[in-house]
Design a protein around this ligand. Structure first.
Ligand SMILES: Cc1cc2nc3c(=O)[nH]c(=O)nc-3n(C[C@H](O)[C@H](O)[C@H](O)COP(=O)(O)OP(=O)(O)OC[C@H]3O[C@@H](n4cnc5c(N)ncnc54)[C@H](O)[C@@H]3O)c2cc1C
Length: 690
C-alpha cells in the first residue's frame, strides 16, 4: 500500500521553500570578503558552528561563519522522505561523500561515509533522529577529562537549551498512528524534566509511524523481555519505541533553520528582536572554503628570535626544518585568522573556532601545522605544534543488518503498488504547504500528522545490553520499513524491511590522515572496524538478536525470503564473515580531536624547528594504552582539546564539533554535538567576559 513515492508532487512543493528575508540579508550583506577584513570571532563550518556563531552574535560580537557548501534551499533537504536521497552516492551537491581506504578487516571494502556539505552541515542531510546518549557516557567523559562540566547533570541544561520539545497528544487523530506504544505526551511531566520547550531545535515524535515498525517494536520487546520506551532521552534509554525527530511544520529542522537568523520563523516577539540582533552581528558566507588557520608565533619565541622576526626577513614558519630556534617556555602560537582557499586572509580579533566536522577539523589543523609531526613531515607541512592525537581516535558506530523480502508490498519502496495511497499523501502534503504559505493557521491538528512524506524511513528502534554480561547499554537497533541497499536508488525499487543493529561503544578505532597541502584533497580514512575481539563478540550477539526479532511470528504477515544474511548463514564463523563482508558505517564518526587532559596531549610547541630548544613545553607522558580500563572504554590516543574545547599547544583556537568526543556514546550523535556546542559558546563567553 505504501508504494511509489510522490516525487512529482513533492518537487512542486519545493517552490514553497525559500530562504527568509533575514537569512538572505545575512548571506548577502557583503558580497565579497577582502584580505585583512576583521571580525571578533571566525567560525569554520555550519553544523555545530551555527550554534556557536549564533550565541556569540547574541552577545554583540562580530562573527563570521564560513561554510564550504551551498545554501540549504533544496526540497531534497527539507521534505523528510525525499531527504533520504540526499545521501545516496550519486547526489554530490550537498554531500562530501567520503570513502575509506580498502579496509583489510572488512574484506578490503571501502566504507562509504556521507557528510553534509551545505548550510547546517550534516544536520541538513541526516536521518533527523534525536537521541542523547546514556547518562553514563557523559559521567564517563567527566572522568576521562577530569572535569565535572562534562557530567550528565552538567550537560542536561545544555540538552534542554537546544530543544523545543513538542508533544503530539493533541494531534493524535491523524492517520498512520497506532496508540499501542505510549507516546511521550502520555508521560509529559516526566519528559519535561529532561526536555526543553523553548530552544531553537524543534523535536517531536515521528508524524508517520509505519505499521511494520509497530510490529517490529512489539516483536523486539517480546524477544528481549524489555519494555516499550516512549522517550529514549528521558528516565531510561533501554527498550524499544519510536525515535524523536528534528522536524517542524512539515519539514526537517536543521541547525541552520533556527540558529541562523530567520525572522519569520521566530517563536515570539523577543525571538524576533534577537534575530534582528543576530542578523546585524553575524555574517554567514556559503561556498567559502577555508584552507588554513593563520598563527602569530611572535609571542611564542625566545627574545633572540623575536628580534630577528621583528627585523623582518623570512618568517619563522618559512625557516622551519632548516634552523634551530629557541622558544619561550609555555610559549604558544596564537590563532589570528584564517586563509580562504580563494586567497584572502581574514583576521579574528579574539578567536578562531573550527567546526568543520570529524574529518575536516583535523585536516584543517594539519594544514595549519598542528598535528602529528611525522604525518605532517610526510606531506611537507612544517609543524608548528606537535599534537600527535590529531586525526587519531576515529570511532564510528559499525552497522550490520538483517533484511527480508516483503511480498505484502507494505513497505517503503518505488513500485506501481499503492499508487493511490502515494498520490493522496503527496497531494495532501502539497495542500498543507500551500496553506502554510498563504499564512493559514493549522488549527488544533498538525496537517502533516500521518503523512508518508514526513517519514525519515527509520521511525523506530531501541537500545539494550547485548548480553547479560554487558554492564551498560552497548547496542542500538534501527527498524527500517523499507530498504536502503547499497546507497543507490536500487534500494528503493523493491519492497523489503530490515533491522539494523550497531555497537554503541566500539573499541576498534581508526585514523584520518592528511594526504597533501591542498584542502580539496580529501584526507585518508581508516576505520579498522572489527579489529578488536570484543567488538566482534558483541556485534555477533546483537546480530543474532536482530535475526530473532525479524523472524518473530508477529512479522509473518510481512516476511518473505531472508535476503541478508541468507538462510544458510548460521554458524558464528559464517555470521562473522557476513559482518566483515556487509557491515557498514551508521554515519556517526566522532573522536578525531578528542577531549582530554592536557597531560595526555603530548603536545610540543614549534617542534619542527628544534625540539632541544623547547624548554619545558608540553609533556611526554604517555596516556593509557589499553582501550578499555576495568571494562570501561578509555581512549588510547593522546588528547587534542581541553574540556573547554581549546586546542592544546595553541592559543585562541578551539574545535567545536563531533570530533571532540573522547569515546562514543549510546545514541545518535547530533543531539550531543548540539549540546556541546551550547556549552562551548558559554565557555567562550566566560573566557572573554562578553
Ligand atoms: C546520512 C547521515 C545520517 C545521519 N543520521 C543521524 C541521525 O539521524 N541522528 C543523529 O543524531 N545523527 C545523525 N548523523 C550524524 C550527525 O548528523 C553528525 O554527526 C553531525 O551532524 C555532525 O555535526 P558536526 O558539526 O560535527 O559536523 P558537520 O555537521 O558535518 O559540519 C561540518 C561543516 O563544515 C563544513 N566544512 C568542512 N570543511 C570546511 C572548510 N575547509 N571550510 C569551510 N567549511 C568547511 C562542511 O561543509 C560542513 O557543513 C547522520 C549523518 C549522516 C551523514
Amino acid at each position: 500500500m505504501f508504494g511509489t513515492l510522490g516525487i512529482t508532487s513533492c518537487t512542486a512543493a519545493a517552490a514553497l521553500f525559500s530562504i527568509d528575508t533575514l537569512q538572505r540579508r545575512a548571506l548577502s550583506a557583503h558580497t565579497s570578503l577582502r584580505d585583512g577584513d576583521e571580525y571578533d570571532f571566525i567560525v569554520v563550518g555550519s553544523g555545530a558552528g551555527s550554534i556557536v556563531a549564533r550565541r556569540l552574535a547574541e552577545r554583540r560580537q562580530r562573527v563570521l561563519l564560513l561554510e564550504a557548501g551551498p545554501v540549504n534551499q533544496s526540497p531534497l533537504i527539507h521534505i523528510p522522505l525525499l531527504s533520504l536521497t540526499a545521501f545516496v552516492s550519486f547526489l554530490k551537491k550537498y554531500n562530501w561523500q567520503f570513502r575509506s581506504l580498502p579496509e583489510p578487516s572488512m574484506n578490503d571494502r571501502e566504507i562509504y561515509e556521507p557528510r553534509g556539505r551545505v548550510l547546517g552541515g550534516s544536520s541538513s542531510i541526516n536521518g533527523m533522529i534525536w537521541v542523547r546518549g546514556h547518562p553514563w557516557d557523559y559521567d564517563h567523559w567527566a572522568k576521562i577529562c577530569g572535569d565535572p562540566s562534562l557530567s550528565y547533570s552538567s550537560l542536561l541544561p545544555y540538552f534542554r537549551k537546544t530543544e523545543s520539545f513538542e508533544t503530539l497528544q493533541a494531534q493524535s487523530k491523524g492517520e498512520g498512528r497506532v496508540k499501542k506504544i505510549p507516546a511521550p505526551a502520555e508521560n509529559a511531566a516526566a519528559s519535561l524534566r529532561y526536555h526543553g520547550t523553548n530552544g531553537p531545535l524543534h523535536i517531536s515524535e515521528p508524524r508517520f509511524r509505519h505499521p511494520i515498525s509497530e510490529a517490529l517494536i512489539e516483536a523486539a520487546c517480546d524477544v528481549t523481555g524489555l519494555f516499550p520506551n516512549p522517550d529514549f532521552g528521558g528516565e531510561e534509554i533501554n527498550g524499544f519505541g519510536c525515535f524523536q525527530m528534528n522536524q517542524w511544520r512539515g519539514r526537517r529542522w536543521s541547525a541552520a533553520d533556527r540558529y541562523l537568523p530567520k525572522g519569520k520563523r521566530a517563536n515570539n516577539a523577543a525571538d524576533l528582536h534577537r534575530d534582528d540582533l543576530v542578523a546585524e552581528f553575524l555574517d554567514v558566507r556559503c561556498d567559502a572554503t577555508v584552507d588554513r588557520v593563520e598563527f602569530d608565533v611572535l609571542d611564542a619565541l625566545g627574545e633572540k628570535e623575536k628580534e630577528k622576526e621583528r627585523e623582518g626577513g623570512e618568517s619563522i614558519v618559512g625557516r622551519a626544518w632548516r634552523t634551530s630556534v629557541t622558544v619561550k617556555k609555555d610559549g604558544r602560537p596564537r590563532a589570528v585568522g584564517v586563509r580562504l582557499a580563494s586567497g584572502p586572509v581574514i583576521r579574528a580579533r579574539k578567536e578562531v573556532i573550527l567546526s568543520a566536522g570529524v574529518f575536516q577539523s583535523p585536516q584543517l589543523l594539519n594544514l595549519s601545522g598542528v598535528g602529528d609531526r611525522d604525518d605532517l613531515e610526510r606531506v611537507g607541512i612544517a609543524s608548528l605544534v606537535h599534537l600527535p592525537g590529531v586525526g587519531k581516535n576515529l570511532l564510528d558506530h559499525i552497522d550490520v543488518f538483517v533484511q527480508c523480502e516483503n511480498p505484502s508490498g507494505e513497505a517503503l519502496g518505488v513500485s506501481l503498488r499503492g499508487l493511490v495511497f502515494q498520490m493522496q499523501h503527496g497531494w495532501k502534503y502539497l495542500k498543507s504547504r500551500l496553506a502554510q504559505w498563504r499564512g493559514e493557521g493549522d488549527g488544533d491538528e498538525d496537517p502533516f500528522m500521518g503523512n508518508l512524506l514526513m517519514s525519515n524511513g527509520v521511525d523506530s528502534g531501541g537500545f539494550m545490553q547485548a548480553s547479560p554480561e554487558s554492564k551498560w547499554t552497548d547496542v542500538q537497533f534501527h527498524f527500517f520499513p523499507g530498504s536502503f541497499r547499497d546507497y543507490s536508488m536500487r534500494g528503493f525499487l523493491n519492497h523489503m524491511y530490515a533491522t539494523h543493529v550497531y555497537l554503541s561503544r566500539p573499541h576498534s578505532h581508526g585514523t584520518v590522515q592528511v594526504v597533501s597541502k591542498n584542502v580539496f584533497h580529501k584526507p585518508e580514512l581508516r576505520f579498522n572496524f572489527l579489529t578488536e575481539k570484543q567488538d566482534v563478540d558483541t556485534l555477533l550477539t546483537a546480530l543474532k538478536t536482530a535475526r530473532k526479532i525479524m523472524h518473530h511470528p508477529l512479522l509473518a504477515k510481512y516476511r518473505g525470503r531472508d535476503l541478508l544474511p541468507t538462510a544458510d548463514c548460521q554458524t558464528d564463523a559464517e555470521l562473522e564473515e557476513y559482518m566483515r563482508s556487509h557491515a557498514k558505517s551508521a554515519h556517526h564518526p566522532i573522536g578525531t580531536c578528542r577531549m582530554g587532559r592536557e597531560s595526555d596531549s603530548q603536545s610540543v610547541v614549534l617542534a619542527s624547528l628544534s625540539v632541544t630548544a623547547v624548554e619545558g613545553a608540553g609533556s611526554s607522558k604517555q596516556p593509557e594504552r589499553a582501550p578499555w580500563r576495568g571494562g570501561e572504554p578509555w581512549p588510547s590516543t593522546p588528547s587534542v582539546v581541553s574540556p573547554q574545547f581549546e586546542v592544546f599547544g595553541c592559543e585562541h583556537l578551539r574545535v567545536v564539533d563531533g570530533s571532540v568526543f573522547p569515546t562514543h556514546i549510546a545514541g545518535n550523535p547530533w543531539g550531543t554535538i548540539a549540546a556541546l556546542a551550547e556549552k562551548a559558546a558559554d565557555d567562550i563567553v566566560s573566557t572573554w567576559n562578553i
